[in-house]
Design a protein around this ligand. Structure first.
Ligand SMILES: C[S@@+](CC[C@H](N)C(=O)[O-])C[C@H]1O[C@@H](n2cnc3c(N)ncnc32)[C@H](O)[C@@H]1O
Length: 224
């Protein structure tokens, strides 16, 4: 979600990016290619990408599932954490997004580790189950928010005890607290959080986040 950031959030993101020496020509080239292809700037921020990559490294991930590729920014952040025999499978509805992502991922030298499956994520998740794929060690959900409850349900069938599941954009400028908000994206985020919270097989928390992408948040869960 790209709510307008407060000036100080932007300034703090700038300071953190510089203090942490986050200088990444490959990710910069990915964003430039996305802009040139007119993709919406709804990728994770550099700091958020760093956070996802750290989680994946802490987890010692070999198999990653991503739902929502866009131009492959988060895909690159995550795929870089994989060992040579690791694999990231990413699901994208829009063939044009997938095409731009494929070029970005190839430029990053990660084409051998990343598979992009084009189509509605729910169909792709069912296909992965049919093919007995997984279990995945790390699952990043970042597609249409109204689909999140179904993505969680189907992702769990592709997980194992210890799998980490992250869902992005679940706070939505605070709108998630409003049970009467008619926006299906807000209702999707609410149900996703409620379903995860009510699932005894998951340890779950949600972090509210601010920064250059505005005010939002991520759900983080681990399968027991
Ligand atoms: C927020 S963007 C993903 C950003 C990306 N994870 C990143 O940080 O670089 C969401 C993506 O999900 C895709 N999407 C939307 N609905 C989808 C669906 N039903 N199945 C698969 N992908 C979908 C959109 O086309 C878009 O590219």
């Amino acid at each position: 979600m790209s709510s307008k950031p407060e000036p100080e959030w932007d300034q703090v993101d700038d300071f953190l990016t510089s203090a942490l020496a986050i200088d990444d020509p490959i990710l910069d080239a990915c964003l430039a290619a996305n802009t040139a292809a007119d993709l919406p700037p709804i990728d994770v921020s550099p700091l958020q990408g760093g956070f996802l990559a750290l989680l994946a490294r802490i987890q010692g991930t070999r198999q990653i599932l991503e739902i929502g590729t866009l131009g492959g920014y988060s895909t690159i952040c995550l795929a870089r954490t994989l060992p040579a025999d690791g694999r990231l499978t990413t699901l994208e509805l829009n063939p044009r997004h997938a095409e731009v992502a494929a070029a970005n991922i190839a430029r990053a030298g990660l084409a051998d580790r990343v598979e992009i499956i084009v189509g509605p994520a729910l169909d792709s998740l069912l296909r992965l189950q049919k093919e007995n794929r997984g279990p995945f060690d790390f699952i990043f959900i970042d597609a249409d928010k109204s689909g999140y409850p179904a993505y969680l349900k189907e992702s769990l069938k592709l997980s194992r005890p210890g799998t980490v599941i992250v869902g992005d954009n679940v706070v939505r400028q605070g709108q998630v607290a409003d049970s009467k908000n008619p926006d299906p994206l807000v209702q999707g985020a609410r149900k996703f959080i409620e379903d995860a919270g009510a699932n005894p097989a998951l340890d779950t928390t949600v972090l509210q986040l601010v920064g250059q992408k505005g005010y939002d948040g991520m759900l983080i869960a681990r399968v027991r």
